[in-house]
Ligand binder design. Sequence first.
Ligand code: IMP
Length: 443
Amino acid sequence: MANTVIVGMQWGDEGKGKIVDLLCPAFDAVVRYQGGHNAGHTVKFKDRHFSLHLVPSGILHEGMLCALGNGMVLAPDAFLAELARLFEAGVRFDGRLFVSNRAHLLLPPHAALDQAREAARGREKIGTTARGIGPAYEGKVARYGLRLCDLSAPDLEDRLRAQLARIQGELNAVGGEPLPSPAFLADQCRGWAERLRPCIADTAVLLNEWIDAGKCLLFEGAQGTLLDVDFGTFPFVTSSNSTAGGASTGTGVPPTRIHGAMGVLKAYTTRVGGGPFPTELTGAEGEYLRERGNEFGTTTGRPRRCGWLDLVVGRYAKMLNGIDAIALTKLDVLDTLDEIPVCVGYRVRGEVLRHLPAERHLLEAAEPVLETLPGWKANTVGIVEHGDLPQAARDYIDLIEQEVGAPVVLTSTGPRREETIVRDHPALQRLTSQRLPQVLAQR
Ligand code: IMP
């Protein structure tokens, strides 16, 4: 029985939501382990589009267990609004959706600070989602943050007062507005505590019990490898460990009980917000990918920066996450191109690097070493057999496999679940506990 992590191999927005949704029939539970409502996972289900920000993508599958781990930061108002939208759409989650009592609370003052800081940053803007993610994680590592289990603490108002004083101090320095009073926020928290009570749990205990009972867990990563706070393009990153290692610390499921990782790789590259992006296309080609790929943020609606596929990034992500197999997404976006350049190295100060440098100035100076492949100039939308892809598309996939060193087992050829090539590969069999027939039946 396999517990598997699904992780983004680029800067997020790789299409993880669709892949998680597709693989759900092979699993009993879907677990988020980091991030918050900065994430936006789009799933097309029964002819409806769902944008999920906090709730795991598995929620749309009847009976699927879902959990939000301790590594997340949870905004109660955003979470409750998301649940209301799901309920309205007919999704029922009583008794199958759990939130860790150790997850940290993301409160409105965190968002206010995030926004005021960004406004004050000028050229050094990170381009955050403005949701308050960074400030909420800061409260955790600086050890003044509040967790979900603190919502009903007797000294809640005093602790909020201390937290607000720290946030207000910095807000004043960056020209932010006055925050609500501790009493007002405490009242809000008590209201949220009441509504959240049915789903707050010690999810570390719960998840380990599920594994003891033979259940298979799918860990749903948010953002992507290059946004990881340790391994991403620092400081232009998010504030959590989005790489596969975060699945353990962010849930309390030990590394020894996690058996493999699938990386989700978009057939080209996108990034939202600031920071280095060696293969970025700033002219008409970038505009073309953005329009054809509908590259506008799920959470913020911002246009995404677009560029060619970067296999230095792919190799790095394979190494960091221990990726056993790749799900390649949005291949069809490239259908009309005459030729398709792919980055296989970086030229920095006359030297060719095959690995991603840590230094920001080197990454900013990196020029992509491009290998140009012929385009296939044929419609691949909806193709479900690898053998039915044009030869040039198969060559593109071969190059990815060679350069990254992992097999492409899934290829997405459209937004719908059924628009996916599923290859009967041993790595995919292993990651899905030999339950591939169930996946194929629901595809
Ligand atoms: P934050 O997570 O809101 O602090 O934003 C930090 C950086 O991560 C910014 O560049 C965001 O655009 C980026 N980011 C955060 N969440 C996502 C996501 O789900 N997809 C893509 N980029 C994201």
